[in-house]
Every structure is written in C-alpha cells, then in structure tokens.
Ligand binder design. Structure first.
Ligand code: ATP
Ligand code: MG
Length: 140
C-alpha cells in the first residue's frame, strides 16, 4: 500500500523569486497537509549528500552549487498516496515537458532551477524527511 507522506523542498530559484507562498498555497489546495516545515540553506557538501544518488551524472556539480546558492524551504507533507500525487502536482523535471497547471510548468525557470523537489518513493520520502528534521521537529 502506498504511504501517506512525502518530502518537498522549495528550491533556491523559487524562494528567491518570492514564489514560496504561492507554491505552498497550491500544495495545500491540492489536499496536502504540512506536518513539518522550515526555511534553511544547504551547504554545497549537504546538497551533495542529499543528491548523492546523482553523483555520477554530468549535472551533479552544478546541481550542488545551485541547491546551495540560496535559502530553501523544506517540508514533510501528508496525504493519501502522497509520493505519486505530489509528483503529479509538480510535473516533469524539465518544465518544458511539464503538464499545464503543474507547479514546475508555472514556476520553474529551467531543467535545473525547477522550483521544487518531490521524493520519488516512500523509502526516500522517509530518508529525506529525516535528513532535514530531527525527531523533535517531527512531532506531528
Ligand atoms: P527532484 O529529485 O529534485 O524532485 P526529479 O526527481 O524530477 O527532481 P532527478 O532526476 O531526481 O529529477 O534530478 C534531480 C535534480 O537534478 C532535478 O530536479 C534538477 O534540478 C537537476 N537535473 C536533473 N536533470 C538535469 C539535467 N539534465 N541538467 C541539469 N540539471 C538536471
Ligand atoms: Mg529526484
């Protein structure tokens, strides 16, 4: 059975552009509950650790630089079928391929600066939530 939690980040491009509020509004209106949230900033090392699975990819160095270039918002979200439904809400990695009405279609600037992150599995949602939030911050 699909889990009911996922993890998201509002990435530096969207935060810098002042789109955090509009994106959170779309997330809530799509039926997701925010169960933990904070504004923070990754160091290049922490960005590298978060995206470790991509370390062999040609875009990895740029991705670490970009993800540590400014503040982000990290949040744990709750909804039935959370991982799959959230990936549908954010749209394809490349905004050029994202469906109309999706967060990336509306807010992403490029395939790299693509406004939001969404976990790709229940297992990674738990790992990523634990990466950002201590047990005390995960009280809900
Ligand atoms: P995320 O994991 O951030 O939700 P995703 O699952 O849609 O995104 P991944 O394949 O996991 O996509 O890639 C992680 C991130 O790396 C992308 O969101 C994007 O910021 C960056 N990225 C992916 N592919 C490319 C690429 N071809 N060129 C530049 N950056 C890329
Ligand atoms: Mg991914």
């Amino acid at each position: 059975m699909a889990g009911n939690r996922t993890f998201t980040m509002i990435k530096p491009d969207a935060f810098e552009a002042g789109n955090s509020g509009a994106i959170l509004k779309m997330i809530e209106e799509a039926g997701f509950k925010i169960v933990a949230m904070k504004a923070t900033r990754l160091t290049p090392e922490l960005a590298g650790k978060f995206y470790e699975v991509h370390q062999e990819r040609p875009f990895y160095a740029d991705l670490c630089k970009y993800m540590s270039s400014g503040p982000i918002i990290a949040a744990i979200l709750e909804k039935d079928n959370a991982v799959e439904d959230f990936r549908a809400l954010i749209g394809a990695t490349n905004p050029a391929n994202a469906a109309e009405g999706t967060i990336r279609k509306i807010f992403a600037k490029s395939i790299e600066a693509n406004a939001v992150h969404g976990s790709d599995s229940d297992e990674n949602a738990a790992i990523e939530g634990n990466f950002y939030f201590s047990q005390l911050e995960r009280v809900l």
